[in-house]
Ligand binder design. Structure first.
Ligand code: VG1
Ligand code: CO
Length: 543
């Protein structure tokens, strides 16, 4: 088998964002584009000679081609073994689990997560570390540096490896091991949760729906929810993964998963419903007549996780990303748990989980997870909810009511302004940054600002410092508005405005979120001038 060293030149813009490198699929398909980035990963991790890696992706368009290129480059780099999900498929949490279980040197995940797929949509790639978690900033910085100095990459010439059947084959001296993408993950879930209790709940008439959104969780959800737990056939909707996710946007939120939200709000509502995203790490939780915000979901899981066998000994601590609502902080305070606030993106939770400082983590963007892997995990969150409902005998609505009565309610919403002109978005953030110092003491829409700053994070485990992680404005009474620009988009800039207000008056726990937050929405616009500066009358997406 011939090894080629192909001369190349640096390609601009190969800087990993919040979660790996994401670009238009056609950009990834350009000559040398993928190869340059993969070679840069090898450089950043000190080469792959003798190493074992995991490889898989969410099955979007170009997943299969990219997997073949990566295998040939791993072989050229002298890797000992690559363990690949059958058909080059692995959900992000399943990949994280395999990296850990097989004690490998890391893995490559092919996904642009919740971004749409297809030749005219998005593709992505990221490297995960031997702990199973996304590469931290020092590694992603090294990858980026390597993309700027690259002069050549190594690849072997060969036919495609057959990834359609499980078992071992060889590519030169390297072993390619094709594994069932679901089996090890399902076994892990069975160890963490009381499957018998959940199965009894379902056998007793409890109904559920899971929307896989034509993405990677279909096979996982069918195997676990229908085959093992006995949910009625068809409980898993849109269960066959498609390269373009059926033309949809595989993001489990009330906009992109509207049919499911309509179902739970209508006359034929099941007791429980959920959805996951392109690569299976996000979750949306619904009950009959109820949408649970991801921030509330994290708080409920933190308060009740001990009802599941995997967490029966209690939690070591909890962590949330900065823009996530502070509902979980109230649970942590009441239960005497440590609570950490990290920048956006799962990579910042890894150290806390590895050091045993936190057991549960979550983000407002529908990401929840625990120390069972080092990624957020959509189906895991669904199963923990089901285990809690089975153990408590409460409905989703009753669970929320009880939670708010005990801890108070953090009303929460995120407003996204998408595909903004980048210059306009940068200017808005720059202006806001410039006036943070004079905001405290001023009132907007009747609410007095008590504090304003730009968030920076000092990792308590390794001491690393991450600056520029979002602008936060605190108001009297525990309300907050947070502003940041997305790091996962592939077109223009997306402004995210995170809005929160706290209420513990028992007569005000059932307001519509848009009513409860109307002051803070108005104050955020008055302070940042969103309408005036962007010309947008309303957000594109409200979650
Ligand atoms: C978004 C979310 C963030 C999440 C990231 C990856 O990032 O806000 O919370 O970790 O997506 O999620 P940004 O920079 O666009 O706000 V996904 O499911 O890649 O895995
Ligand atoms: Co995702």
């Amino acid at each position: 088998m011939e090894k080629l060293t192909v001369p190349t030149t640096p390609i601009e813009g190969q800087k990993p964002g919040t979660s790996g490198l994401r670009k238009k699929t056609r950009v990834f398909m350009q000559r040398h584009y993928l190869e340059n980035f993969v070679q840069a990963i090898w450089t950043a991790i000190g080469g792959v000679q003798g190493k074992t890696l995991i490889l898989g992706g969410d099955g979007r368009y170009f997943n299969d081609r990219a997997a073949q290129v990566i295998l040939r480059m791993a072989a050229a780099g002298g890797a000992a073994r690559v363990i690949v999900g059958q058909g080059a498929i692995l959900s992000t949490p399943a990949a994280s689990n395999l990296i850990r279980q097989r004690q490998t040197d890391g893995g490559i995940i092919l996904s642009a997560s919740h971004n749409p797929g297809g030749i005219d949509a998005d593709f992505g790639i990221k490297f995960n570390m031997p702990n199973g978690g996304p590469a931290p900033e020092d590694v992603t910085n090294r990858i980026f540096e390597a993309t700027r100095t690259i002069t050549a990459y190594d690849i072997v010439e060969s036919r495609d490896v057959d990834l359609s059947r499980t078992g071992e084959t060889r590519l030169g001296d390297m072993i390619v091991e094709v594994v069932d993408p679901v089996a090890d993950y399902a076994a892990l879930m069975e160890r963490l949760f009381d499957f018998d209790a959940i199965a009894r709940l379902i056998a007793g008439g409890f109904t559920l729906r899971f929307d896989a959104m034509h993405a990677v969780t279909g096979p996982y959800a069918k195997a676990i929810l229908e085959d093992r737990l006995g949910a009625a056939p068809g409980s898993v909707m849109n269960a066959v993964p498609q390269p373009d996710f059926g033309g949809g946007h595989p993001d489990p939120n009330p906009i992109w998963a509207k049919p499911l939200v309509d179902l739970v709000m209508g006359p034929d509502a099941p007791d429980f419903a959920a959805a996951s995203d392109g690569d299976g790490d996000r979750n949306m939780i619904l009950g009959r007549g109820v949408y649970v915000t991801p921030s509330d979901s994290l708080a409920v899981l933190a308060a009740n996780a001990h009802l599941a066998p995997g967490y029966a000994d209690g939690l070591k601590g909890v962590a949330r990303s900065m823009p996530t609502s502070r509902a979980v902080d109230r649970v942590a305070a009441a239960r005497g748990l440590a609570c950490y606030e990290t920048p956006t993106g799962w990579k910042f939770f890894g150290n806390l989980l590895d050091a045993g400082r936190a057991t549960l983590c979550g983000e407002e963007s529908a990401g929840t997870g625990s120390d069972h892997v080092r990624e957020k995990d959509g189906l895991w969150a669904v199963l923990l909810w089901l285990n809690i409902l089975a153990a408590s005998g409460r409905s989703v609505a009753e669970t929320m009511q009880a939670h708010w009565r005990e801890f108070g309610r953090n009303y929460y919403s995120r407003h996204d302004y998408e595909a903004l002109d980048k210059t306009v978005a940068d200017a808005l953030m720059g202006d806001l940054r410039g006036c943070l110092a004079v905001l405290p003491g001023q009132s907007f829409a009747g609410r007095r600002v008590t504090e304003a700053d730009e968030f920076a994070y000092d990792d308590p485990v390794d001491g690393s410092h991450s600056a520029g992680q979002g602008l936060r404005i605190g108001f009297e009474g525990g309300a907050r508005a947070v502003f940041r620009l997305s790091g996962t988009g592939t077109e223009g800039a997306t402004l995210r405005v995170y809005l929160e207000d706290f209420v513990d008056d028992p007569t005000r726990l059932d307001l519509a979120p848009e009513t409860a937050l109307s002051d803070i929405v108005a104050a955020a616009d008055a302070i940042a001038g969103i309408g005036a500066k962007t010309g947008r009358l309303a957000p594109d997406v409200i979650t």
